[in-house]
Design a protein around this ligand. Sequence first.
Ligand SMILES: Nc1ncnc2c1ncn2[C@@H]1O[C@H](COP(=O)(O)OP(=O)(O)OP(=O)(O)O)[C@@H](O)[C@H]1O
Length: 332
Amino acid sequence: MPVDILTVNNLDGGYEVFVGKRKVFVHAVDNVSLTLHENEVLGIAGESGCGKSTLAKMIYGAIIPPLVVRSGDIYITTRNSANLKLNRLSIDEIRKRIWWLEISYIPQNSMNVLNPLKRIKDQFLNVFKYHDIEIDKEDFMKHLREMLNVMGLPPEVINAYPHQLSGGMRQRVVIALSLLFNPRIVIADEPTTAVDVVTQRTILSLIKGWRENNKSSLILISHDMSVHAYMDDRIAIMYAGNIVEIGNVFEVFKEPLHPYTKALIDSLIRKGDRTIRKGLMGQPPDLINPPPGCRFHPRCPFAMDICRVKEPPTIFLDKDRYVKCWLYVNTR
Ligand SMILES: Nc1ncnc2c1ncn2[C@@H]1O[C@H](COP(=O)(O)OP(=O)(O)OP(=O)(O)O)[C@@H](O)[C@H]1O
């Protein structure tokens, strides 16, 4: 039985913003529940704007206005086996006890987060200072060289400034920084979208290798289904703030249940196939005013009357596989 190290229960939230003088709520994460197992890659897939990054920020505890969490709980089991309710901790406790040590976050476009005025070694040193961790200079340099090596970077990078490195190298430096203290959980938000495909493959392989060696868990956010096919153990499919399907990646690719999952998989280009892939018709809904019933119904080729008025229930096939769709009610 896999051990759950992170549990998200009915998490709900979004952005409180003004449209003109009117305050509105962008409901980006709608009642999401999921678990993350020890030593696994859980992918989160879905079109741009479906709430993947918002969910990641909420799990990480980076709740900065206008983002608000309206309800739900997040539990984490730390490396010393403490069970913590993350959303009960103050931001200071999260900073000191959780970030970098238990959970690291690689944000979107992270190659741009490095301080342009500081050499790479000083950026690593800052993380030690931030956590009040004293380290002998020689041990620090040794650890730094090791971390850069894990990410396939030469030792010369230590003394470089960010502008002296290519985009792919900066990206790998940021990933090495996030792995500095061997966190139990890494959340990587589109870690390779800003780099070319060859660099993308290299970076994904390096992350994969590091994770397998350290037996850490990875939440991997990407809109690219081929990245998920390569990296994931389980995959969660997100649509308009909901997780509409979750399951073992092989099972989901072999037998997708939700019509949205089917559409995402059908849009993948396959070797030797020269036909133009049909994209999914229509646009994701406005999350200020999402459609009633199933949020996917306006684009769903199988929509029934009930889908237009009532939110579908979550149907569990087993503990780790569920689908949120009326098509499966009374049929399984
Ligand atoms: N700071 C913000 N203020 C208001 N709305 C926001 C903010 N950030 C994101 N949103 C909205 O929240 C919704 C979910 O966005 P989110 O970035 O989480 O989606 P995503 O699936 O990660 O997409 P992408 O991959 O394009 O970032 C979108 O409608 C987006 O416009």
